[in-house]
Design a protein around this ligand. Structure first.
Ligand SMILES: *[C@@H]1O[C@H](CO)[C@@H](O)[C@H](O)[C@H]1NC(C)=O
Ligand SMILES: *[C@@H]1O[C@H](CO)[C@@H](O)[C@H](O)[C@H]1NC(C)=O
Length: 234
């Protein structure tokens, strides 16, 4: 009974405390999806409308070790301890802070910026936070086709490579009519720049079809490279 009362009081107390200021922090309604290279605004604001100029605003990553993205306190930017990848790429909107808007501008988005960000706003007697999910998409490098070797049966081993894709692209080998050709499985490697892909194929130099295409495709992007096998050179 006493424990129950204690818990009730505790809940009552925390409800009263959060209501004492009546402030709450809000973020975006949906996860953010943006394209590498662009600038992105991560929304975070207090309601009702109060100035955040004298508050502490901290933006940090939840999913990496070196996590400080941006810190504002004592009416100044305090970015000495900011994580290296964010140096020179973050800012708050000074005018907007007066309206309780602590949204963060992140410039020249990178694939490695993808993740979860917490926006924490703190006053003397109050704090609240929200989490923003950021997904970064990237169109990779133009595919490159290389000839690796010939084999005894007249086959020519080709490989198509490209890097920096996000999400992972589909890699297809096509003949001159645009029909897909059987090829080896795509080799995929994930690094901080996105997905690198590589796909091998063995082609034969039929006299009427010596052009081959390597196509990389994502939902909204497509890139192609062409190779012409000239039998006279063999
Ligand atoms: C609320 O915001 C408006 C503009 O968005 C501003 O003119 C007004 O002064 C603000 N009120 C308070 C109490 O900060
Ligand atoms: C906060 O400021 C940013 C940048 O000016 C703006 O895009 C955004 O709409 C503002 N949010 C609110 C709730 O006013």
């Amino acid at each position: 009974m006493r424990i129950f009362l204690f818990v009730t009081l505790l809940i009552l107390y925390s409800v009263m405390e959060s209501q004492s200021e009546g402030l709450q922090v809000f973020g975006p309604e949906a996860p953010l999806v943006a394209v590498a290279g662009e600038d992105l605004v991560l929304p975070c604001f207090i309601k009702p409308n109060t100035s955040a100029v004298d508050m502490r605003v901290e933006w940090f990553r939840l999913d990496v070790e070196e996590s400080l993205v941006h810190l504002y306190k004592d009416q100044k930017e305090k970015n000495e301890k900011q994580a290296q990848p964010y140096k020179g790429r973050t800012s708050l909107f000074k005018e907007e802070l007066q309206k309780g808007n602590a949204s963060l501008k992140l410039s020249a988005l990178r694939v490695s910026d993808e993740g979860e960000y917490k926006c924490l706003i703190e006053d003397k007697s109050w704090y609240d936070d929200i989490i923003v999910h950021v997904t970064v998409e990237a169109q990779g490098s133009h595919p490159v086709i290389m000839m690796e070797s010939y084999d005894n049966s007249g086959g020519i081993n080709l490989v198509c490579e490209s890097r920096g894709w996000k999400p992972e692209p589909e890699v297809l080998w096509l003949d001159r009519e645009g029909a897909t050709l059987p090829a080896e499985d795509t080799q995929t490697h994930r690094d901080t720049e996105g997905f690198s892909v590589k796909r091998h194929i063995t082609v034969y130099d039929y006299s009427d079809s010596n052009r081959f295409y390597c196509r990389l495709q994502q939902k909204h992007h497509m890139m192609e490279a062409e190779v012409i096998i000239n039998s006279k050179c063999q």
